[in-house]
Design a protein around this ligand. Structure first.
Ligand code: JAH
Length: 229
């Protein structure tokens, strides 16, 4: 079974939103598994310390390699990828999410404080992954985002086939605009083409809107969108 093991000093925040909706039902019904490991359980001193002052001085605290190393060794004896959520990491992509969802699962290390001792990253083969260029207070929310993105792709979790958003993304495009009833809302009509019943015309309109939005909002995606072989 696909399994996420999350190492954190805030074990109480899990499963959080992962326990709701379709991902939550799939968790309850055993379609995937979540292990939450409290890093503090691997501390050995009276105060159960997980951090210490930075070598060389400077602000904040650094997560200790000895405590975190023991937590990783206890959580992960298998071949799952070991990822560290970090703004230093390679940006996460839908393509990477698909690869991770097809594998055995994930071991996710959530840092807190200014960072974690660089030696534990090297010694335990942690790969740094970023979900965006901004700084959170810790890796937990990023870990939830990554797990959510993977779990919704597992067979039987969402029930439905690939969403239009996914198909759109696979083509390197943003999603076209959606509408539902009422036909007129606050003076705003649904675009006439969507009421025409002409499915070829509707598909062409959606494609052109997806392309326009991608060009306008994400010139980076537009420039590197996949082109047919
Ligand atoms: C911040 C540990 N890519 C989003 C992201 C991921 C992790 C963190 N920040 C942003 C983070 C502080 C401590 C992790």
């Amino acid at each position: 079974m696909w399994r996420a093991s999350v190492l954190t000093i805030l074990p109480d925040v899990f499963p959080g939103p992962l326990g709701a909706s379709l991902a939550g039902k799939a968790l309850t019904s055993g379609a995937w598994a979540l292990d939450v490991v409290d890093i503090r359980d691997f501390a050995t001193d009276r105060h159960r310390s997980v951090d210490d002052t930075p070598a060389g001085g400077g602000p904040g605290m650094v997560m200790r390699p000895d405590v975190l190393g023991r937590a990783i060794d206890a959580a992960a004896t298998d071949k799952r990828p070991r990822l560290l959520l970090s703004p230093r990491g390679a940006p996460l992509t839908q393509e990477r999410v698909e690869t991770l969802a097809h594998g055995p699962g994930l071991v996710l290390v959530c840092g807190r404080f200014e960072g974690i001792d660089e030696r534990v990253i090297a010694a335990r083969g942690l790969e740094e992954v970023s979900i965006g260029d901004y700084v959170l207070s810790g890796g937990e929310i990023a870990a939830m985002a990554l797990i959510d993105a993977c779990v919704r792709l597992l067979p039987g979790v969402m029930g439905a086939p690939a969403s239009s958003a996914e198909e759109s993304f696979a083509e390197g495009l943003l999603e076209y605009p959606h509408y539902t009833r009422p036909q007129l809302w606050e003076g705003r009509p649904i675009p006439e083409v969507l009421l025409s019943g002409d499915h070829a015309k509707i598909a062409a309109w959606r494609r052109s809107e997806a392309e326009r939005l991608t060009r306008e909002r994400r010139p980076d995606l537009w420039a590197s969108r996949p082109r047919g072989a």
